[in-house]
Design a protein around this ligand. Sequence first.
Ligand code: HSE
Length: 292
Amino acid sequence: MKVRVPASSANLGPGFDCFGIAWKLYNEIEFIPDVSSLKITGCPADYQNENNLCYRAYCAALNYCELPEKPVEINFLKNEIPISRGLGSSAALIVSGVTAANELNNLKLSKNELLSIATEIEGHPDNIAPALFGGFTASAMDKALALSVSYPLSSKLHFTAIIPDFELSTELSRSVLPDMVSKSDAVFNISRSALLIKALEDGNFVLLSTALQDKLHQKYRFRLIDGFDEVKECAMRCGAAGICISGAGSTLLCISDCETFTDEMRAEMHKIFPNWSIISLQCDSDGAAIIK
Ligand code: HSE
């Protein structure tokens, strides 16, 4: 049995730990049950053990149903999602594990239950929800229960990922954030988050440039992304409506209304950061899926 699971960008500016979009950039993982011992292939040797996030998620779904952990063979067949770049690679691993456990063990868990199990491992639901459901999602925790809703995304929007040649760990990226925020910063983000839903639905680029603003996390994180100022200047010159950090970074996400934006940005970026990767992203609307 194989699971295909999409990459995702969390936060989208003001929606810290809440918004996320799934992308047509996939990992494919094969699961073979009824084996005598755990076997993992297709990933670095350090991860070929029982601490593997995908296997931990597989066992978490079994434990949720009060079933004992079981060995399984896990083969990472396709790894398109870059690691530690803010494109939801850990969420993809976790979502594939809970999805496979559900299917292979006939657990009959709903996607909402899988969302809560997976979120408990990840710590926040904003990458888990789009990886599981696809599309543009907002999610929240209500005690241990994770909730998610989906919003439409205008086809007028063009998304471009600017992927640096360096990793940024979520742990480091979260460690620079203050524990307390001011009332005015909280109001600033609440208002932009509400505007962003509408701007993304309508493809309203004038609204989008305001709606992508944030005061809760990005100003602390930009300094961890060497080259951010040059990239922002380049993106604005090429006609982006806005730029934000994808998840905890290091990837930057540009939104534009121009089909040629990605090509123009790639040509410009090649002059300053030739080792960075510039790719066009399309929204995945399926989320995690069992494939042939
Ligand atoms: N919302 C999370 C963050 C996404 O920005 O830290 C990364 O896991």
